[in-house]
Design a binder for this molecule. Structure first.
Ligand code: GLU
Length: 446
């Protein structure tokens, strides 16, 4: 099976978490089948589309590691759209309508009040040549709708299984605006045909669009591609994703949240599937296990806490070489492999390495009672000789406890204060070997 898919963001905003999930899933499907991944920028809406967003979307995809084999912009394809539009007009599949948005709103309201489905009443279809002239004389320009056949529309969705719509239950979609510019539906279908898309993968908010697209595909090329519509992510309580979460952008996650790209990939690839959510440091295992058959039709719950947890686990499995440059960018040029190996299981985000680094390297100012200071200075004499590891602290504290009358808080707090200058903070068993004998003694003696 040769596979060609596309990810088709509109550059009217940043890549948000829901889009990113669509991109990840589409990409995994392509890579699983040695297919072709097209990045299609849906920028027909010239008012709202911005190059800044297009670049941010590309940066976001690149950061996630989702490379594309080809890129196309809809704004470069207007001549082709015009050609197909002329053909569809000649075939009698497009018809002109003159309603204003207010008039359409009113029709909708009346239908809803009468308890009938608010589908477009096709008034445009019965206009005579005189009616057209009269509207144009009023200064109205037409918008154009695609005339759906009133027949069953069916497809076998890779995620939702058999889907069926009746043509008569759907409004004829508007495909051409008053100003002559084509709308998303038609452009998308023309592109999917011309670029040879075999599978359209997108969110289930597009299911009823797809029903109308199927007829457009048939009208233009005789054949529709296959479809996979995934359920939309919900929040931790199962409700619609809040504005804040829903608009959480990859740019923000990348620049401000300090999360690893693989935490997002690991979560988004598996959310709502029957595979367990696990921390992965590369895409390959996600590609290998990918299968639309594993996706549930229920909306999966998304919790940012899951991202943080995965992030910590991913860092724990990350080799020094893979973070070295980023640590250097954070000013931690001297942080070496030993240091990384000691702290990586004890951080949630990469930037937490800086806290560890500072605790080990910055001077400690501890505020201690004289009595406590005498105690820590004496404890220093019980330190075992190097080499130290993560068991050193426990053994040492055992000895300190035996030789003093202290236990619990009165035993640990002064040691922590002397070593870190803080009442809370890093695990001392990890810290001790990082500090090494000399620094530890110095800090305990104050
Ligand atoms: N630009 C559309 C969107 O962002 C694309 C939908 C599609 O995949 O066809 O919703």
């Amino acid at each position: 099976m040769s596979v060609k898919v596309r990810f088709a963001p509109s550059p009217t905003g940043y890549l948000h978490i829901g889009n990113a999930r669509t991109a990840i899933i589409t990409w995994l499907f392509a890579r699983k089948h040695q297919g072709h991944f097209l990045l299609r920028i849906d920028d027909t809406d010239v008012e709202r589309s911005k190059e800044e967003y297009e670049h941010a979307i590309m940066d976001g995809l690149t950061w996630l590691g989702l490379n594309w084999d080809e890129k196309a912009n809809q704004k470069d394809r207007t001549a082709r759209y015009a050609e197909v539009i002329e053909q569809l007009k000649a075939d009698g599949r497009l018809y002109a309508c003159y309603e204003t948005p207010e008039e359409l709103g009113l029709k909708r309201k009346t239908q809803l009040n009468r308890g009938v489905p608010p589908t477009y009443d096709r008034a445009g279809l019965s206009l005579t040549a005189e009616d057209h002239k009269a509207f144009e004389a009023e200064g109205r320009a037409p918008h154009w709708r695609f005339k759906l056949n009133h027949a069953p529309i069916t497809w076998n969705d890779h995620i939702r299984g058999p889907v069926e719509f009746k043509g008569e239950d759907l409004s004829d979609p508007v495909v051409l605006r008053e100003d002559g510019s084509p709308l998303y539906h038609l452009c998308s279908v023309i592109d999917d045909i011309d670029f040879g898309i075999t599978h359209v993968v997108r969110g289930e908010d597009h299911v009823s669009n797809t029903a109308t697209h199927v007829q457009m595909f048939e009208a233009i090329s005789g054949k529709a591609p296959e479809f996979a519509h995934m359920s939309l992510i919900a929040d931790a309580e199962g409700g619609k994703l809040s504005k804040r979460l829903g608009s959480l952008s990859v740019k923000d996650i990348m620049e401000n949240e300090g999360l690893e790209a693989m935490a997002i990939n690991s979560l988004m690839a598996r959310l709502g599937t029957s595979d367990p959510i696990e921390p992965f440091t590369t895409m390959q295992p996600l590609i290998d296990a990918f299968d639309f058959g594993k996706f549930s039709r229920n909306p999966p719950k998304f919790d940012t806490e899951d991202l943080t947890r995965l992030n910590a686990k991913i860092l724990r499995d990350t080799e020094f070489n893979n973070v070295k440059d980023r640590l250097a960018e954070m000013g931690l040029n001297d942080l070496d492999e030993n240091f990384w190996n000691a702290v990586r299981a004890n951080i949630e985000k990469l930037e937490d390495s800086k806290d560890w680094w500072d605790i080990v390297n910055a001077p400690v100012i501890s505020n201690m009672e004289t009595e406590d200071r005498t105690f820590t200075a004496e404890a220093a004499n019980l330190l075992p000789p190097a080499p130290w590891d993560e068991t050193t602290f426990k053994n040492w504290v055992g000895k300190v406890k035996e030789s003093s009358d202290r236990k619990g808080k009165t035993l640990f707090m002064p040691l922590r204060q002397a070593l870190t200058g803080m009442d809370h903070g890093p695990e001392l068993n990890i810290l001790l070997p990082l500090l090494g004998e000399e620094k530890t003694k110095q800090r305990l003696k104050g």
